[in-house]
Write a protein that binds this ligand. Sequence first.
Ligand SMILES: Nc1ncnc2c1ncn2[C@@H]1O[C@H](COP(=O)(O)OP(=O)(O)O)[C@@H](O)[C@H]1O
Ligand SMILES: Nc1ccn([C@H]2C[C@H](O)[C@@H](COP(=O)(O)OP(=O)(O)O)O2)c(=O)n1
Length: 225
Amino acid sequence: MERATVIVAIDGPSGTGKSSTSKAVAAQLGLSYLDTGAQYRAITWWMVNNGIDIEDPTAIAAVAGKPDIVSGTDPSGPTITVDGTDVAGPIRTQEVTSRVSAVSAVPEVRARITELQRTIAADAANGIVVEGRDIGTTVLPDADLKIFLTASPEARAARRSGELKGADVQATREALLKRDAADSSRKTSPLAKADDAVEVDTSDLTLQQVIECVVTLVEDKRAGE
Ligand SMILES: Nc1ncnc2c1ncn2[C@@H]1O[C@H](COP(=O)(O)OP(=O)(O)O)[C@@H](O)[C@H]1O
Ligand SMILES: Nc1ccn([C@H]2C[C@H](O)[C@@H](COP(=O)(O)OP(=O)(O)O)O2)c(=O)n1
C-alpha cells in the first residue's frame, strides 16, 4: 500500500533548533521542508529594499501582495527568492532581523504568507515538515504531528551567538527575548503552542537527540499510534 503523506508542524521561539531539526527530519524521512521564517524575512527584505516605512502598518498592508516569494522545499538545499532574486543571504542581516517582527505582525502580510504556505504544503507529494511560529495553531491546524520546541534563553543565546561568530551573548539574549515578546504578543496568530502539540525542551539535548525524538514521533504516528 502507498504511504499516506504526512504533515509535521514544528513551532517555537528563536534558537530552539526548529530549522536544523526540521531539515534533518525531512531529509531522513524523504519529506519536503519549509522554513516559514525565511518567507517573513523575505517580505521584510522587500519592504526595506523598496523604502516602505516599517513603522506604518497601513503602508505595509498596501503593498503586501506585491513581492513574488518562492520557496524551494528540498531539505538538502532549501532556497528562497523574491521576484526571481536569490535572497538567502540578505534575509539574515541584522537589519532584516530587527524589522521582521513588525512586518510579520501586519494581518495582510500574514494572510498572504499563510496562503502561500498552505499551497506549498498541499503540493508536497510525500508530505512536509513546516517550521515557524503559528504552524500548528493557524497555518496547518490539521497537521498529523505538532511539535513545540523550547529551550532556556541562555541555551538559545549561546547557540545564536555561536552562529554569529562570537557576537556578545548578553546582547544576543536581549535581542532574542525582545523578538519573542513581540512575536508572542501580536494580535494575529502569535507564537503559541497548539493544545495538541508535543513540547520538547531542547536545552539539555544534543541536536542529534532532538532529531531522533522527532523522527520517532513521526514514525509512531505513521504506525497509527
Ligand atoms: N539541541 C541543540 N544543541 C545545541 N545546538 C543546537 C541544538 N539545536 C540547534 N542547535 C544550534 O543552534 C543554532 C540555532 O538553531 P536553529 O535550528 O537555527 O534554531 P531556530 O530555527 O529555532 O531558530 C544552530 O547553530 C544549531 O546548529
Ligand atoms: N510562522 C512564522 C515564522 C516566522 N515569523 C516571524 C517572526 C520571527 O521573529 C521572524 C523570523 O523567523 P525565523 O524563524 O527566521 O527566526 P529565527 O531563525 O528563529 O531567528 O519571522 C512569524 O511571524 N511566523
